[in-house]
Write a protein that binds this ligand. Structure first.
Ligand code: HEC
Length: 140
């Protein structure tokens, strides 16, 4: 052995440092407020909230979103208790005041533990879901 450190210790140390860096950056991202870029916030919903749209979106919502956000969007789905941060309450006053474009951007980009829905749902489906989220507040 030429080096004073056995290679395996060095590698182990490297892995430990990498894991620490990774987990702390994730923890840090989670504690930051989640704010959509101004351009995204200004986007207008091109999909009108008709009974047919809401019906299609409800099916999408129950399948994809309700496990975390709950069937009525209260943020109380079966998976919610074990998640940090907690899934958003889609009927809250804060969310009602948030522009459609902001919600659409967050839904599209995702943030752990929420998936990046631009990879899962079409643009039209995502706008339909924004219509549906709005309808949840109205029907309560
Ligand atoms: C795995 C659980 C999970 C699933 C599934 C999920 N979400 Fe989320 N969602 C979250 C969490 C957790 C947050 C809060 C994230 C944060 O604040 O960092 C969130 C936040 C959001 C927000 C942002 C709310 C705000 O405060 O502005 C929107 C909009 C949203 N979700 C919509 C949806 C829709 C629509 C679906 C289904 C297509 C969905 N989510 C599926 C967990 C989930």
């Amino acid at each position: 052995m030429k080096s004073p450190f056995p290679k395996s210790i060095f590698l182990g140390l490297l892995v430990a440092v990498a894991i620490t860096a990774l987990t702390s950056s994730v923890a840090c991202a989670q504690s930051k407020p989640w704010i959509a870029p101004a351009v995204a916030q200004a986007m207008k919903n091109p999909v009108a909230s008709t009974p047919d749209v809401l019906k299609a979106a409800k099916t999408l919502y129950i399948t994809n979103c309700a496990p975390c956000h709950g069937e009525k969007g209260k943020g109380d789905g079966p998976a919610a208790a074990s998640l940090t941060p907690h899934p958003a309450d889609h009927t809250s006053a804060a969310l009602r005041n948030e522009p459609d474009g902001s919600l659409f951007w967050k839904l599209s980009e995702g943030r752990t533990p929420m998936p990046q829905y631009k990879k899962i749902l079409t643009e039209t489906q995502r706008w339909q879901l924004i219509d549906y989220i709005r309808s949840l507040s109205k029907s309560k």
